[in-house]
Design a binder for this molecule. Sequence first.
Ligand code: RVP
Length: 493
Amino acid sequence: VPEKFATLGLTYDDVLLLPGASDMTPDEIDTSSHISKNVKVNIPLLSAAMDKVTEARMAIAMARQGGAGVLHRNLSIADQANQVDLVKRSESGMVTDPITVNPDATLGEADQLCAKFRISGVPVTDRAGKLLGIVTNRDMAFESDRTRQVREVMTPMPLVTGKVGISGVDAMELLRRHKIEKLPLVDDAGLLKGLITVKDFVKAEKYPNAAKDADGRLLVGAAVGVAGDAYERAQALVEAGVDFIVVDTAHGHSRLVGDMVAKIKSNSTVDVIGGNIATRDGAQSLIDAGVDGIKVGVGPGSICTTRVVAGIGVPQVTAIYEASLAAKAAGVPVIGDGGLQYSGDIAKALVAGADTVMLGSLLAGCEESPGELMFINGKQFKSYRGMGSLGAMQTRGEQRSFSKDRYFQEGVASDEKLVPEGIEGQVPYRGPLSSVVHQLTGGLRQSMFYVGGRTVPQLQENGRFVRITSAGLKESHPHDIQMTVEAPNYTRR
Ligand code: RVP
């Protein structure tokens, strides 16, 4: 008979990392790690698959910083696939499948396209994909009649073009010599095969740490569920070029999750992550289903009420540790999802056995998260809510919720019958993601220095915890002082 009581569950505030022998400086440190078996990031941070945290803009910003975003699924399949597309086209040495416009489209339509993809010009092709010209801001800016056709204002062929396979250096040289911003790449038949832009090269220099796929495009993940058309959703995301799929539910130790993982794995080569679980057995069940990554966390989230509504969960440091016992043996990376409040919690998660962490509340206040800035009593906030909150699960006008099945409430007949496992609220505005990530990874580098781990695996290997009491926790935070100046990485909660 298994023991009725498991061992004591510990979370971030229950432990500290012991300082260890260290022979490095924080700037020699390598923070790269694996999200899943085949997907590597340069910083071990993921933005949560939540509708107030990760859409394309956040995913792009996360990947540029070296991490990755997981696109939420509380939207239609077409919309979510489109978000993947936006990330994949956003930055690279070369756009392999550029947005194009038809010669008989109107300038109004071309405008919309440019606005949607935040680009300043589009190659013009015929139905067969043959390059006819290019239409850019410069061609369009002085036209007041937006019903005119693209063919009338475009710069027609012959344009300066490059051959498919041209090197970055040669492409830059052509752009420089001809003082142009876009270089269409064509094959021998004149078909458009790619596009290289000055902007992409400048961006590549500005984000040297960006997390990219084998083709130089930014990394992105996306969440799916288990109910209804979840499998079609996964297929559409793969088609759009997603790097990893997260079968994302509140109970990953459920047969439905294992089945969905196995189904996606059997029909594609994309990495599949399963979750969430909080025990060794839960992790093992996902490993048996064939996952490439495991997401850990039942109830630690800042907006989560599962532990009070259902009385279920495991304090997060213990949950990560237990899951990692199964995962390490199988060579499957672990994501510690939810409950992180300070940068110091990142290293604690890694030492407990996580390879990366997923953040919700710490990123929901960023400029790049979805939603408007709110002013309350002169202070700035952004809204944040759980995907199991009433707001996220209920029908919005004509639009049904796509996140109910995260809580296995897909079949609930009416919104009044929903049993929420999350709440809705607001978090302080934190400015651009880049400065938030700078503080988070800066804190992590300090941890690695203190512990004496140059790499994430070394940190995991060398890190040791000391358990603390509530008196210890009180001593950890600033005490016996009235804070007068706000620190960029500390607010009392
Ligand atoms: P946090 O970073 O503490 O805000 O937690 C974010 C995590 O909380 C998410 O990645 C997800 O696993 C979990 N979550 C999301 N919605 C809810 C809920 O409504 N209970 N929980």
